[in-house]
Ligand binder design. Structure first.
Ligand code: NAD
Length: 495
């Protein structure tokens, strides 16, 4: 019989490129001409340069955004005209999904299966959702019979907003902020992560093609303490939409305080995944594989603390470990792999340091715990399951943001609720049980912004998304995003 060779490596249709700023509708170099290198996380080779922005570049971008807000056509357009342009951005992104997915995988090291399935389609969906949402949303109104008056809320855009972005889902999360900001009529200055500049840069050309007027969206590359800090302090920026680490959120808040900016923060998590004994273990294992290792564990709602009721602890660990061992790590463009590389050396070193901490703390590596054999280059780490640690462990308390989970047994509902709440973070949790009353009871007792019952990362864009405690400030999604990017005036009319 003739053997047919199955080709599993996708031939890229994209090439890495040098990234410039985009200010007032033009791609430009930094005022001082400075650049930094963009490194391929799979080969560890430099594959491009990025303009390195300073306060001077941010100032030019803010000036362009302010002019566009005050004098340009954007503010004079009807809601329907703006909605059509925003919808067109979504259409172009949808038509160019493969290019976007490949660029994202190239820049972040994430597997193409994930960027094709999540990053690229979600970027398009964010524009389509807010294009529709903005033309259907109403306003609040109260008939005051005591004073014979009518009160209604009139909303206007807040002005120029700064969007400071992370590297884990670069275009998906940027568009999650940009689409509602544009829908509300704001103009924007973007600072993407220095680790993943490519898809944000590519988006700028797409915005132009869709008809977004010059100056409405501006982008400055660079590092947080310089370009990011200049956004925090700029007096003409009215609000900042930020996604990133808790510690960075605190710095932004401190630097933005003197100019009293509106702030929307989506920050880190240390999310508990609680599994009661009455579940279908196969179903739970299948989803727990995703909630643990999707995007190399670099999704803010990944469940890295897994609590399992003692009766099924051993069986769960065995089945979970067996499925985890089947995951293949390697080239993100090889479709026979499941997991790609971590984004950069700095993050790889951080995640590896937690493997050392786990060892020192007496943890048992059920799977992983090292670089995959045979992969000498690239920031790859095996999917790792650790047992034998408790809530005192740094691996259980601190956000690692990599393919590492701890599994811990529990004996009672009260005990697991206490453990789940024993953290300064409160982004999300997942509860697995077929007892409907217990599911609701536990979800209401854990202090976090999101609770998934018998599912994970199921997203309806109309619902409030975000974290409580140290995990964030405010909510986004549907009316929550709308409220952030608009300011309300109450108009009281005597009848
Ligand atoms: P980070 O905080 O290191 O960087 C995020 C952005 O902030 C980058 O653009 C960076 O240059 C900029 N920055 C750094 N210092 C700054 C400063 N002083 N002023 C202004 N900007 C500054 O975060 P990261 O490592 O890129 O992203 C990973 C983190 O993001 C994780 O903690 C993850 O949980 C979190 N995250 C949260 C959500 C959510 O929805 N809650 C979603 C995705 C990621």
């Amino acid at each position: 019989m003739v053997q047919v060779e199955t080709k599993t490596v996708v031939e890229p249709i994209v090439k890495p490129f040098d990234c410039l700023h985009y200010i007032d509708g033009k791609f430009v170099e930094s005022v001082d001409g400075k650049t930094f290198n963009n490194v391929n996380p799979v080969t560890e080779e430099v594959y491009g340069t990025v303009a390195e922005g300073s306060a001077a570049d941010i100032d030019l971008a803010v000036k362009a955004a302010k002019r566009a807000f005050e004098e340009g056509p954007w503010g004079k357009m009807t809601v329907n005209e703006r909605s059509r342009i925003i919808c067109k951005v979504g259409d172009i992104l949808e038509a160019r999904q493969e290019e976007i997915a490949q660029l994202e995988s190239l820049d972040t090291g994430k597997h193409l299966k994930f960027s094709r399935h999540v990053d690229a389609p979600r970027a398009a969906a964010n524009f389509h959702f807010f294009a529709d949402y903005m033309i259907s949303i109403g306003t609040e109104a109260y008939q005051d019979e005591t004073h014979n008056a009518l009160n209604y809320g009139y909303r206007r855009p807040i002005g120029v907003v700064g969007l400071i972005q992370p590297w884990n889902l670069p275009l998906f999360l940027l568009t999650w902020k940009l689409a509602p900001a544009l829908a509300a009529g704001c103009t924007v200055v973007i600072k993407p992560s220095e680790l993943t500049p490519m898809t944000a840069t590519r988006l700028m050309g797409i915005l132009k093609e869709a008809g977004v007027p010059d100056g409405v969206v501006n982008l400055v590359h660079g590092f947080g303490p310089v370009a990011g800090s200049a956004i925090n302090k700029h007096p003409d920026i009215a609000g900042i939409g930020f996604i990133g680490q808790v510690s960075t959120g605190a710095k932004i808040m401190a630097e933005a305080a003197p100019t009293l900016k509106k702030l929307s923060f989506e920050l880190g998590g240390k999310n508990p995944n609680i599994i009661f004994a009455d579940v279908d273990i196969d179903e739970v294992v299948a989803t727990t594989i995703r909630s643990s290792f999707t995007n190399q564990g670099e999704v803010c709602v990944c469940g890295s603390r897994i609590y399992v009721e003692r009766q099924i602890f051993d069986e769960f660990v065995e089945r979970f470990a067996s499925k985890t061992r089947e995951l293949k790590v390697g080239d993100p463009f090889d479709m026979s792999n499941d997991q790609g590389a971590l984004v950069a050396k700095v993050h790889y070193d951080k995640v590896m340091s937690y493997l050392k901490i786990a060892e020192e703390e007496g943890g048992t590596f059920v799977t992983g715990g090292k670089r995959p054999d045979g992969l000498d280059k690239g920031y790859f780490i095996e999917p790792t399951i650790i047992t034998g640690l408790d809530d005192r462990s740094r691996c259980v308390r601190e956000e690692i943001f990599g393919p590492i989970v701890t599994v811990i047994p529990f004996d009672s509902e009260e005990e697991v609720i206490e453990a789940a709440n024993n953290t300064r973070m409160g982004l999300s949790n997942t509860i697995w049980t077929n007892d409907i009353r217990r599911a609701h009871r536990v979800a209401q007792k854990i202090v976090s912004g999101l609770s998934y019952i018998n599912c994970w990362f199921v997203r309806d864009l109309r619902t409030p998304f975000g974290g409580t405690k140290d995990s964030g400030l405010g909510r986004v999604g549907g009316s929550h995003s709308w409220e952030f990017y608009t300011e309300i005036t109450n108009i009281c009319v005597k009848l």
